[in-house]
Design a protein around this ligand. Structure first.
Ligand code: BV8
Ligand code: ZN
Length: 264
């Protein structure tokens, strides 16, 4: 398949044929996959970073310098995500992963929407094949900065306003932080190796809703290409991956993923 950009019916048909015929599929998702759920992206005009710069908030230095500000931002984001639900794009991906064996969903998102879609799609079955590798962690979990203990975040009781304290670890009383990977922090080595291993063996890497600037995640699709696999991109905008994509579809993940992945 020669390089294709745009969104003609046969581009989508071609992409659909590649995905339906693939034995091993890796999917890499970014914030754009959750945009239609109402979760703001990072770099869009309404982006999360608009009012702050990434280095101000999503870094260990920011947390050391002003933990209250960082917690205020994450608590705001948690409340945003709590009001959001998986969109048809998450559902199409989850159903495909449950049906089409050897599919790995790798996500840069921390909003937990892929996990919720997997559990809903599996119904009484096992959601495992559709559970994502969460390379950058999960905003709904707390982690202790001192002892590393991890727990599901407590839903905040009490008044929304008023002085924000830093939640403390129930085990060692150390300061809790959101269980996400900040800029300058290493990703979980085992998770990352698993993602690259699946990408190396994949017949196709489907890249959805990412600006493909954050490393090392953005290198995952290149790994599939370098091993002779196909790279199919779904994004309303071009990205640094577009020139190398086998097929790059200009569109939104919700409608497009249904067209590409739903059973005939
Ligand atoms: C590390 C969790 C080393 C926190 C996040 C200079 C050059 C190259 C690299 C670097 C550099 N300087 C620093 C680095 C490394 C740095 C990095 O990559 N920086 C970038 C900015 C250049 N990376 C790191 O720091 C990583 N760690 O390298 O550690 C190390 C090694 C060993 C030991 C010690 C250290 C850690 C990176 C993880 C950072 N954490 N998130 C939180 O969320 O609060 S990243 C965060 O931003 C998100 O998780 C997400 O991954 C990323 C945003 O990217 P996207 O998901 O792509 O979202 P974005 O808004 O950018 O794009 C949205 C896209 O969707 C757009 O393309 C849009 O067109 C599209 N879209 C919109 N609507 C739709 C849509 N698509 C489909 N449908 C729609 N409806
Ligand atoms: Zn602790």
């Amino acid at each position: 398949v020669d390089r294709v950009q745009g969104l003609s019916a046969d581009d989508a048909d071609r992409a659909r044929a590649v995905l339906q015929g693939a034995e091993r599929v890796v999917v890499l998702t970014g914030a754009g996959t959750s945009a239609e759920s109402g979760v703001p992206t990072f770099r869009g005009e309404e982006g999360l970073w608009r009012s702050f710069r990434p280095e101000e908030l999503a870094t260990p230095e920011a947390f050391a310098r002003d933990p209250e500000l960082v917690w205020t931002w994450y608590r705001w984001r948690r409340s945003l995500v709590a009001d959001c639900s998986p969109n048809p794009g998450h559902v199409a991906l989850a159903r495909f992963a449950l049906r089409h064996g050897a599919t790995t969903i790798v996500t840069q998102n921390v909003d937990g929407l892929h996990t919720r879609a997997a559990i809903e799609a599996a119904d009484v079955g096992d959601p495992a094949p559709a559970l994502p590798l969460e390379l950058h962690g999960a905003i709904g979990r707390d982690r202790c900065s001192a002892c590393g203990a991890v727990r599901e975040a407590l839903v905040l009781e009490g008044p929304a306003e008023g002085p924000r304290t830093i939640p403390r670890c129930p085990i060692c009383d150390g300061p809790l932080r959101p269980d996400v990977v900040w800029f300058g922090e290493a990703l979980d080595a085992e998770l990352l190796e698993r993602a690259f291993e699946r990408a190396r063996g994949a017949d196709v890497c489907l890249v959805v809703g990412t600006s493909a600037v954050v490393q090392p995640a953005a290198s995952i699709p290149i790994t599939t290409l370098e091993r002779g696999g196909a790279l199919i991109e779904v994004n309303p905008e071009p990205t640094p991956l577009t020139p190398r994509a086998t097929i790059s579809l200009r569109g939104k993940s919700g409608p497009l993923l249904g067209a590409l992945l739903d059973p005939a």
